[in-house]
Design a protein around this ligand. Structure first.
Ligand code: ZN
Length: 158
């Protein structure tokens, strides 16, 4: 019998290191900064058609600093926990710091060894997802949505 997508995903998740899995499940069950902002500077939506994951990200920036952030969405545990970890990582950071986090995280997900994992905090837990190339898109969805939001911020489009 061919496993369903859900069965396949839970098998993949079971293969993650225990520590990584715990961090991912903790963010999935207790998402940080989940919700929406009443008047965000920018709001962007992202969609991962491979898995059906959706993430909407609201960001308020003031003087080049992320002062408020919120996300909402639906999808697999990796996509939603990644969004939660990301909001926690970028809150209170300057746009430049956020861009460097984006680069570090993307490099990690592309398999680069030349990165400072310590600087990524909980995000390091997603390194285990590299074993499952299809799921990398789940882990990077929120970040690509963030990148669009940052571009809009830079262009002053809101
Ligand atoms: Zn997914």
């Amino acid at each position: 019998m061919t496993p369903t997508k859900e069965e396949e995903y839970s098998q993949q998740e079971a293969q993650l290191d225990d520590l990584y899995r715990e961090v991912i499940l903790d963010h999935y069950r207790n998402p940080r900064y989940r919700g929406s902002l009443p008047a965000p500077t920018v709001s962007r939506e992202g969609y991962n058609p491979l898995c059906g994951d959706e993430v909407t990200l609201d960001v308020t920036a003031k003087d080049g600093v992320v002062v408020e952030v919120a996300f909402r969405g639906s999808g697999c545990s990796i996509s939603q926990s990644s969004a939660s970890m990301m909001t926690e990582a970028i809150m209170g950071k300057t746009v430049q710091q956020v861009e460097s986090l984006f680069k570090g995280f993307t490099a990690m997900m592309q398999g680069s060894e030349d990165i400072d994992l310590e600087s990524l905090g909980d995000l390091e837990a997603l390194a285990g997802v590299r074993k499952f190339p299809v799921r990398v898109k789940c882990a990077t969805l929120a970040w690509h949505t963030l990148q669009e939001a940052l571009q809009a911020l830079e262009e002053g489009k809101g």
